[in-house]
Design a protein around this ligand. Structure first.
Ligand code: DCP
Ligand code: CA
Length: 407
């Protein structure tokens, strides 16, 4: 089998680096992005100067201030970062069509398919790095390896502004000395357990039989076993972001009751926001659709300047759009739908409010509970009303049996 060539590329201190580029007076000083020092909320990121003070992404701003009172705090401007991100990816696609957009500032490139275009992969990867840095003005770190996990670990090693290649035959040597915390499968809890067993480096993990890992961590243990050996066959997955996400449902019988209609609307919004979270998308346009018993269909939409992902915020708009549609008609409804479009990837930052990841954490917590106990385990008051009407299959999740639900 031919050795694959994967390049992982990640912008250093992305938001903070953009701020430095826009305002060179910041360079060399600790910069914290996400809000002002006295504000509530947490740091979205900080530059490497600030990291020397112990500051990191996710730290409450007040704590950042305590660690570094001389730090320069900026709220940040999401639209600007988005523009840099788009430029970053445009450049990458010039080298290969196999680009996986892993996050706003991070990508995997695969050169395996277009190997005939390049004499040397590491050299090609260096060219990509130089080009991105020249065209965007931002520093990037680059890792080159035969698969994704090794490439990502190589980038970590290269940070900041570096380049690291895991050469053929030297994979073991590379992995051996890395800390166990660098593996994605090893969370804080697993770290504590392993450290008690005097396991600190990836190389130390090799001594543990597969069965022990499985009894320690269950299925995760299987993951850890493979990861610690640098085994990873995941393809570089080029996915284009969807243009829109929508959910709609046709009722078994036409509905006239307003509260019941709003309950369906809430359920659809809930399903819709689940889709947005899974794709890491935020919507600028929210749209509501109503089809009356005479099959006439009406659509109302609203543009929001701060893109939304959160259920409550999207539901409020959907309800606002929906009520007049319903009030203006004496007919009952046979279908309702919601749609989110003009989608952007990554979290919005407000110019007027400090950064906070409260909503994302809430969404993630809800998804986690539902993953375990089914969709119906967490419902809003409105949705609970549906619970009484439809027989929800809790084992298989929350399913509207009488209605078709389309993605
Ligand atoms: N980001 C965010 N919220 C987080 C983590 C990151 O808003 N919890 C934003 C700010 C970062 C950008 O995404 O600038 C990229 O995230 P990274 O994890 O790649 O962090 P940085 O690019 O800031 O630093 P590094 O040099 O470690 O990659
Ligand atoms: Ca980064």
């Amino acid at each position: 089998m031919k050795r694959r060539c994967i390049v992982h590329i990640d912008i250093d201190a992305f938001f903070a680096a953009v701020e430095e580029l826009l305002n060179p007076a910041l360079i060399g000083r600790p910069v914290i992005v996400g809000g002002l020092a006295h504000e509530r909320g947490v740091a979205a990121t900080c530059n490497y100067v600030a990291r020397r003070y112990g500051i990191h992404a996710g730290m409450p701003l007040r704590q950042c201030y305590q660690l570094c009172p001389d730090g320069l705090f900026v709220r940040g401007n999401y639209q600007v970062y988005q523009a840099f991100s788009e430029k970053f990816f445009r450049l990458l696609y010039e080298y290969t069509p196999d680009v996986e957009e892993a996050s706003l500032d991070e990508a995997y490139l695969e050169f395996t398919r277009c190997r005939h275009l390049y004499n040397s992969f590491p050299e090609a990867a260096r060219r990509v790095k130089a080009r991105v840095e020249k065209e965007t003005g931002l520093k990037v770190s680059v890792g080159v390896a035969p698969n994704k996990i090794l490439a990502k670990l190589a980038t970590k090693k290269a940070k900041p502004a570096g380049f690291f290649e895991v050469e053929e035959g030297r994979e073991e040597e590379f992995l051996r000395g890395l800390g166990i915390e660098s593996l994605p499968g090893i969370g804080p809890k697993a770290q504590v357990i392993l450290r008690l067993l005097n396991i600190h480096k990836i190389g130390d993990l090799w001594g543990l039989p597969r069965a022990s890992l499985r009894s320690l961590f269950g299925l995760e243990g299987e993951e850890v076993y493979l990861q610690s050996r640098g085994i990873d066959s995941r393809p570089v997955f080029h996915r284009t972001a969807p243009k829109s996400v929508s959910r709609e449902t046709t009722f078994l019988e036409d509905i006239w009751d307003r509260r019941l209609l709003l309950a369906h609307l809430a359920y659809l919004c809930d399903r819709l926001t689940l889709g947005l979270r899974q794709e890491h998308l935020y919507a600028h346009i929210i749209e509501v659709k109503a089809r009356y018993s005479d099959f006439k269909t009406e659509v109302r939409r609203r543009l929001v300047l701060t893109p939304l992902q959160e259920m409550g915020a999207i539901y409020r708009i959907a309800e606002d759009l929906f009520l007049p549609l319903f009030a203006s008609s004496r007919l009952s409804l046979r279908l309702v739908g919601v749609k989110a479009s003009d989608l952007v990837r990554a979290r919005p930052l407000s110019l007027f409010e400090p950064y906070s990841d409260r909503e994302e954490r809430l969404g993630a917590a809800v998804d986690q509970v539902r993953g375990k106990y089914g969709f119906g385990s967490v419902l809003t008051m409105r949705e609970k009303m549906l619970d009484a009407i439809y027989a929800f299959e809790r084992q298989r999740g929350f399913v509207l049996k009488t209605a078709s639900l389309t993605r």
